[in-house]
Design a protein around this ligand. Structure first.
Ligand code: NDP
Ligand code: 8X3
Length: 254
């Protein structure tokens, strides 16, 4: 079987980095994108040394449409033949009631989680459609299934990811391109440090006295979806820590 290629956005940390490790373990060559190229270089060196795969690194801000399209169209053609696209780059900024929300925070979330995902998909999907194969995995969230207090704009972006996933699946149906959404609950990554803008103490409190998911739990679910036979598509997976029943209901020890 010929080598397969996966394109992972937001591969410099957390879930994206874990997806890179799992897909490298499974023999995929990797197109890895994020703004922090130093992090991607470290990850790439490690994966090449461990698994002998090939990588291509992209210092990319998914919010910049021109950058996304020119970077992708300037890739060597073998790197444009993406078998699996993991739209993972995303973030939350702030946790404020709507009447006190920061417009800069709203823009960063909408531009990254929603418009960035669209730009990357628009760059990659035509080649999948032309090849009549491919798999797009969108990382949504429990926040795309339930709205929680002060989640307002972040939840809206993840509801949009849920809707777009369904739309993409319909539009790409006759091109045999699979589309999957994976919606995690609480995963301990840099997510909360980013949401609380570097406040490590506030971020740590989110995961205090309960066992959250780790990034690898999501990466293994991504691999489960990717590794199904050609006639099987996983549409939607919601994955929670055992200690979390809904977006807001958790059980904490002590
Ligand atoms: P991390 O903060 O650990 O990782 C986020 C990744 O996204 C980083 O690699 C970051 O790279 C990248 N990223 C952010 N903004 C941009 C941008 N403008 N352009 C390119 N890359 C960007 O968080 P997670 O791993 O937890 O988050 C990954 C996804 O999972 C997100 O979509 C998030 O919404 C979702 N999610 C997370 C949950 C959690 O509890 N952790 C739960 C549910 C969903 P860099 O900064 O180098 O650009
Ligand atoms: C991240 C999970 O519940 O903090 O998407 O929004 S949550």
């Amino acid at each position: 079987m010929s080598k397969k290629t996966a394109f992972i956005t937001g591969a410099s940390a957390g879930i994206g980095e874990a997806c890179a490790s799992v897909l490298a373990r499974e023999g995929y060559d990797l197109l890895l994108a994020a703004r922090r190229i130093d992090r991607l270089t470290e990850l790439s060196d490690r994966l090449i040394a461990t698994y002998g795969i090939k990588t291509h690194l992209l210092a990319l801000d998914v919010r910049n449409a021109d950058e996304v399209f020119s970077t992708f169209s300037n890739l060597p053609s073998e790197w444009q033949q993406v078998d699996v696209l993991i739209n993972n780059a995303g973030l939350s900024q702030g946790l404020d009631p709507i009447q006190e929300g920061d417009i800069g925070d709203w823009d960063r979330m909408i531009d990254t989680n929603l418009k960035g995902l669209l730009y990357v998909t628009r760059a990659v999907a035509p080649i999948m459609a032309a090849r009549n194969e491919g798999h797009i995995i969108n990382i949504g969230s429990i926040a795309g299934k339930e709205v929680y207090p002060n989640g307002n704009v972040y939840c809206a972006t993840k509801y949009a990811v849920d809707a777009l996933t369904k739309g993409m699946r319909i539009d790409l149906l006759n091109k045999h391109v699979k589309v999957t959404a994976i919606h995690p609950g609480m995963v301990e990554t840099e997510f909360s440090v980013v949401r609380f803008k570097g406040d490590e103490e506030r971020a740590a409190a989110v995961y205090q006295n309960l066992e959250p998911l780790v990034a690898n739990d999501i990466a293994e679910a991504v691999w489960f979806a990717v590794s199904r036979p050609r006639h099987v598509n996983i549409n939607d997976l919601v994955i929670m820590p055992t200690a979390q029943a809904t977006a807001t209901l958790t059980v904490r020890e002590n």
